[in-house]
Design a protein around this ligand. Sequence first.
Ligand code: OSB
Ligand code: MG
Length: 372
Amino acid sequence: MTDDDSPGAGEVRAIRARPFALDLTRPLGTARGEITRREGFLIAVEPTGDGSDAVGVGEATPLPGWTESSEACDAALDAVCDRDGTDAPLEALRAASTPAARHGVSLALADAAARDAGRSLAERLASEADVDASPADAVPVNATVGDGPSAETAAEATRAVEEGFDCLKLKVGVRDVDEDVERVRAVREAVGDAVSLRADANGAWDREDARRALDALAAFDLAYVEQPLPADDLDGLAALRGGARGGGVPVAADESVAARGIDAVLEADAADAVVLKPMALGGPDRALAAALRARSSGVDPVVTTTIDAVVARTAAVHVAAAVPEVSPCGLATGKLLDEDLAPDPCPIDDGRIAVPTGPGLAGGAFDGLRRE
Ligand SMILES: O=C(O)CCC(=O)c1ccccc1C(=O)O
Ligand SMILES: [Mg+2]
């Protein structure tokens, strides 16, 4: 990483933040409540130096429980916005306390730097993180199926497979374990054996329920169960995995990574896979670093979002593209939003999402947002 090239190292002419609010088409049911609406801030930065005038865009879309509150995000952005010649704004934004604010500013700076260099964001992230391989031009994705009655869940899963998805993630943990087992059975029967299935309990179960659920779900060849236990129960997750090594269901950590950090999860041997949300981890750079650390420990990284708007979703696609041979990622959530900040530059075809070629996030696709 060179000094004049590193995000946050240069002087920044101006940082602006504009609030937005977007409704979901219909609520996404999870064990931690329904997600109905996303409120955040569109960020724009104008870096100084060498006569370049590339404006970078970013997005800070907090989801309380995963990130700071909307108020804390607003206050953190306020502290770095609209100040002439703000130096190293990233140093003022703590990933641990205000990850969404840091995400927004770090993405805008990285977008600007990538545009200046005429490279895609994925190329810039990969080279900053010393990834040798070239970024992928498309990334496999899972369809996201929320909680619902068994027949509804099976119908939604069938629709996703008809649209070309060969990996589905089902939300579980809202109902009791027996009902969820029946939902997974109904989906497996509806979609057949060739489709990869994941289940996400969002920390809903205690150790006894989790053991019972994983034992019963072993019959349905799940790729993994995501966050079967609360975020802090790393020892419990490690013990559940004992079954995975013996042919049971693999375990993925999501909330645990956001709450405790990637290093704690890897040190505790708590997961077969980790689910990485750039918005919850403090930025695309930090999410890629976590992915590479997981990979080097033999743990499979998966990139997803907190149901972000198009700017942060596109950034997460670039993060996923920079991870060599990445597993299906939770990036097919654009259709959950009723409206968006701009048209989506990442078409999904046959279960894969296209990575924009740049420069930056998506060439000229977000130029309307840069000028506002
Ligand atoms: O991973 C996906 O398929 C979509 C994203 C998703 O499920 C999610 C969205 C918002 C908040 C939490 C979660 C989660 O993975 O638990
Ligand atoms: Mg999850």
